[in-house]
Structure formats: C-alpha cells, structure tokens
Design a protein around this ligand. Structure first.
Ligand code: OAD
Length: 243
C-alpha cells in the first residue's frame, strides 16, 4: 500500500507524466509476451521469423506466424490496465503514451495521445508500390498480395535489424525530454532504443514508476517498483488517484 501511495504522490505532483508500455500490458488480454517462460521467442527463433532476411527467404512461413498473431490480436479485448491508462489521459494527468506493442488495445481502450514505436500488426505494406492497408480479418491468402500491383505484402511491424519509424521515434524522444515522471508497464526494457526512454526521464531528474510481474532492466533505477499484474495494479492505483 505504501508503494502505491508513493506512486500516487509522484503522479499527482508531476507536471508532465508519460507512459511506456510493453507486451506485459497486453498479456492479460491473451496476447503472448516475447520473453520469459511463456514468451514467444522461446518457441520461435526471432532470426527465423522477425527479420527482413527471413521474409525474403520464406514469406509464407513468416506470414503464417503473423496470421496466427493477427488472429489473437483481433480476438483480444483491452484489459483493465489499458482502461486505467486511458482514464489517466482523460483526467489530463497522463500526457503521452509510448508503446512497443503492435496490437491496437491502447487505442481501443480510448488512449489518444500515443506513438507505436514498433509498428502495427494490423497494417500491411507493399514495398513495391507503396500501398498501405489495414486488416479487419486474417488475410485469406497467405502470403497476401498487394491489391494494386500483386506483389507480396509485408506486415507493418519493425523487424530485427530494421530502423524504427523516424517520426514516431523523434516524437517519443521529444516527449521523454519533456517528462518529469514516467509510468513503465510490462516491458523487459532490453530492446533498444525503447528500453532507454525511462532512463532519459531519470537522467533529467524525473521519477520512474514501474509495474511488472518481475524485475526488469529498468527496476534497478525505478523510484517505485510495483510488482504484480498490470491489470490488477493499475486499476488499484487509479482508485487511489480518484479518491
Ligand atoms: P517482453 O516479452 O520482453 O517483456 C514483457 C514484460 O512484461 C516482462 O518483463 C514480464 O515480466 C512483464 N509481464 C508479463 N505479464 C505481465 C502482466 N500481466 N503485468 C505486468 N507485467 C507483465 O516484451 P517487451 O518488453 O514489450 O519488438 O519487448 C520489447 C520488444 O521486443 C517488442 O516490442 C518486440 C520484441 O522484439 C519487436 O518486435 C520490434
């Protein structure tokens, strides 16, 4: 309770609170995380699936994996952690959210001011003609073809070895520089540059509040570490903030 009260105090005294989220916030919505005992990368080698080379070598295999993940995202619903963050934004307290997640659960929960640093799994791109589309269901044909030029479409996500979208990355760093507090939820903090964002806030004298099931790369410098499920902790924190 004392830790939750500390977190509440930091949040209410902040002038510019931002949030950084990772796969852990969507875990309670049924979307597998990447690392840890139940992580995606334990069952699939990332270099076999999430790289431009893998896609060039075997687009069907890569697309089968994405089709499976897309079907999970389409069925998933935002959980109380996503709703807590959108409420915090509506109250004018949370100014900006940076997510590493490629699902659309923050948007569906109502968060408006956000960037998606690693792309969007429901977007498809044609690297031949520049076509960009949005998926409402799992593509019938695997790999899906561009409706304009019939070239193979690719998922609109960032793969290992690729650069992050520059506009989103700049915005995320701009927001981090402005922030005097950051709420970090459900990320291992090991994938750069996203993992370095809480450190920017800390370096500038701001506070770091972390919510995670277990310790992460961010925990050693977190001012408050709230250990547990995001879907339980964030609604509790919101209740305290409302009271
Ligand atoms: P990870 O899978 O690396 O880490 C998920 C974190 O969430 C872990 O620290 C877990 O302890 C924590 N966690 C799990 N369930 C939770 C829950 N219910 N409540 C709170 N915390 C929970 O996922 P990310 O840090 O998001 O990038 O991974 C970063 C990037 O690595 C991903 O965006 C993806 C991957 O490679 C790309 O695809 C480019």
């Amino acid at each position: 309770m004392e830790k939750l009260l500390n977190a509440k105090k930091i949040i209410l005294e902040s002038n510019y609170l931002i949030a950084l989220t990772g796969a852990g916030i969507s875990a309670e919505s049924g979307i597998p995380i990447f690392r840890g005992p139940n992580g995606l990368w334990r069952k699939y080698k990332p270099e076999e699936l999430a790289t431009p080379q893998a896609f060039a070598r075997n687009p069907r295999l890569v697309w089968e994996w994405y089709a499976w993940r897309i079907s999970i995202v389409l069925k998933a619903k935002p959980n109380p952690a996503h709703f807590a963050l959108s409420e915090l934004e509506k109250q004018g307290i949370l100014k900006f959210l940076i997510t590493q997640n490629v699902d659309d659960l923050h948007e569906r929960a109502g968060t408006r001011n956000l960037v998606k640093l690693h792309g969007d799994i429901l977007t498809v791109l044609c690297t031949n003609c520049g076509y960009r589309g949005r998926l409402k269901e799992v593509p019938d044909e695997i790999p899906p073809k561009c409706p304009e030029c019939k070239y193979i479409l690719r998922p609109g996500v960032v793969w290992f070895g690729e650069s992050l979208p520059p506009r989103e990355l700049n915005k995320a760093f701009e927001e981090a520089e402005k922030a005097d507090a950051i709420l970090v939820v459900g990320t291992s903090g090991v994938v750069m540059p996203a993992g370095a964002i809480p450190n920017i806030v800390k370096r500038n004298g701001g506070y770091v509040i972390e919510v995670n099931l277990s310790e992460s790369a961010i925990t050693p410098y977190a001012d408050v570490f709230l250990k547990g499920k995001a879907g339980i902790i964030l609604p509790k924190l919101m209740k305290l903030i409302r009271s």
